[in-house]
Design a protein. Structure first.
Length: 259
């Protein structure tokens, strides 16, 4: 089975580029299953029903989230009613939505798990992701999942690497999101789990993580706390293709995607 994982979609521009680009990638790579991180897909940050529907129209089977998923209250109903729209499962003090889903693929099922990291995410109130993941993997196995995919939405590369090695041999693939910069370490870990520290982002190329350059520069240089504004212009799509063995449920190959 071939799985496409797409990095954080940023802004309506990123959504439109995903709508144009994901179907072509799916054809070219013979993709069977697509996971897209959509937590920044709405205008002004967060995710809305409209931006989520655009990502489903682009070809997403499951949309994962992160620290901005609960920013827009109009999205809460969709989190509760659509099982294939996720938020980090280990967020505290919320019963809105879930960070786990099971997707029926006919012969086999795929479980998708969405978790938040803790390091350098002071504004995110989340339980320990390492303790949370063990229970979710057990649930996936009880549910009969042949494949298990983990979107670990975290800031620190060390925390992401640690999660990858912790899950090596237990899940099909682990991919990091949140930092919006594609890393060069796509690989198969020693026990067979596909891994990349960060998928990158889908959005405006000449931006700082999807935000207008001057706003970020002025904040860092002069402590100017002006409101973030999303950049506009030519876009790119970052992601990864994992080829998963149908017998073992582990990775056979990993391929970076940058369009």
């Amino acid at each position: 089975m071939k799985v496409l994982a797409v990095g954080d979609i940023c802004s309506p521009d990123g959504c439109e580029f995903a709508l144009q680009t994901i179907p072509r990638i799916k054809r070219e790579e013979n993709i069977d299953f697509t996971i897209v991180n959509g937590e920044n897909s709405a205008a002004g940050n967060g995710i809305t029903p409209s931006s989520a529907e655009t990502l489903f129209a682009a070809g997403a089977d499951v949309i994962t989230g992160g620290n901005h998923t609960l920013r827009r209250s109009e999205f809460y109903d969709m989190l509760d009613t659509n099982p294939f729209v996720l938020r980090p499962h280990n967020l505290k003090e919320t019963d809105i939505g879930s960070g786990y889903c099971l997707f029926d693929m006919g012969k086999h099922s795929a479980a998708v798990i969405n978790l938040s990291g803790q390091i350098y995410l002071e504004r995110v109130n989340a339980d320990n992701p390492f303790k949370c993941i063990d229970k979710l993997i057990e649930k996936a196995r009880c549910d009969g999942a042949k494949y298990i995919f983990v979107d670990f939405h975290a800031e620190a590369t060390s925390e992401k690497r640690a999660m990858g090695f912790y899950l090596d041999g237990k899940v099909s693939a682990v991919f990091g999101t949140h930092t919006h910069v594609q890393t060069a370490d796509a690989q198969i870990l020693p026990q067979g789990t596909g891994y990349i520290t960060d998928l990158g982002m889908t959005g405006v190329i000449n931006s700082i993580l999807g935000v207008k350059n001057e706003i970020i520069i002025n904040r860092l240089k002069d402590n100017d706390m002006s409101r973030f504004e999303q950049a506009s212009g030519r876009c790119m799509l970052n992601g990864c293709v994992f080829d998963i063995d149908d017998t073992t449920g582990l990775a056979k190959s990993v391929k970076l995607i940058k369009k």
